[in-house]
Design a protein around this ligand. Structure first.
Ligand code: GLN
Length: 257
């Protein structure tokens, strides 16, 4: 069977920093290598997509000013239907500013309060000092990230590498589980060692970089979640030759630790 997937790219004009678009390129390329047909639909201000037709969503990071431009539209137009899709198992990746807006609110360091959709049980408070630098997160192995074997075997627990730059400190409530623990860098708030949040098939975190080109296990994890939701739990992904990607990932982890 030839698989087809549809991905919503939220506000690509306003919410795209530190190479976040590379995440889309990676998903598209990994699909193309496997002859999975991926349609990418940009969702901008004023759009009202039918979320029930989507398998994947990506929401990148942005400056506080970029976030402020789209926050109201996001809440008003996407809020409820997107939250329903997430409850229904939409596979979603949200980075930094996107992650913040899926939570309850983002209080910026200048005191502006941007309400979020609240589908992730997190809230974010801006601090004066930005949290900047390379970051390594060791994924919670129970999440199954890296379980889809690559041609070079499984790696568990997967250590994700990325670059973070945020003023927001994100704090978790009980209805979100950590993506992993921070081995290097600041993570969600620089205090409790939590790196990223997971709710159903939605993952939020602060890893730019781009994230998915550097961490192919996470890219495949998202693709598998999306495929299984649409085509059933028996779907598997054919392994790809990820020799260079995994070597680069390992090298970065070794260098930073
Ligand atoms: N503006 C937000 C913050 O500084 C998000 C930054 C980002 O997406 N890199 O916390």
């Amino acid at each position: 069977m030839k698989y087809q997937l549809k991905l919503a790219h939220l506000y690509p004009e306003q919410m795209n920093i530190y190479g976040d678009r590379g995440n889309i390129i990676t998903l598209a390329q990994r699909c193309a290598w496997r002859e999975i047909e991926l349609t990418v639909v940009p969702i901008g201000v004023g759009d009202t997509p039918d979320w029930s037709t989507y398998d994947l969503a990506f929401f990148g990071g942005g400056q506080d000013s970029g976030q402020a431009l789209i926050a109201e539209d996001f809440l008003r137009r996407q809020g409820e239907p997107l939250a329903r899709a997430i409850e229904d198992g939409l596979a979603m990746l949200a980075i930094c500013g996107g992650y913040q807006l899926l939570g309850h609110y983002f209080l910026t360091h200048t005191g502006e309060r941007l309400p979020g959709v609240g589908v992730l049980d997190v809230h974010t408070v801006g601090g004066k000092q930005r949290l900047i630098g390379n970051i390594v997160i060791e994924c919670d192995s129970e999440l199954g990230i890296g379980a889809a074997a690559t041609a070079h075997g499984r790696q568990s627990p997967v250590r994700l590498v990325g670059f973070e730059n945020h003023s927001g400190r994100t704090y978790h409530g009980p209805r979100v589980r950590p993506l992993g623990r921070v081995l290097v860098g600041h993570g969600d708030n620089g205090e409790d060692g939590v790196g990223g949040g997971v709710y159903r098939n939605t993952i939020g975190c602060y890893l730019h970089g781009s994230l998915l080109p550097k961490n192919p296990q996470l890219a495949d994890h998202l693709l598998l979640l999306a495929l299984r939701r649409r085509y059933g739990s028996a779907v598997t992904l054919s392994p790809l030759e990820d020799l260079l990607e995994l070597r680069a990932q390992r090298t970065m982890v070794e260098r930073l630790m």
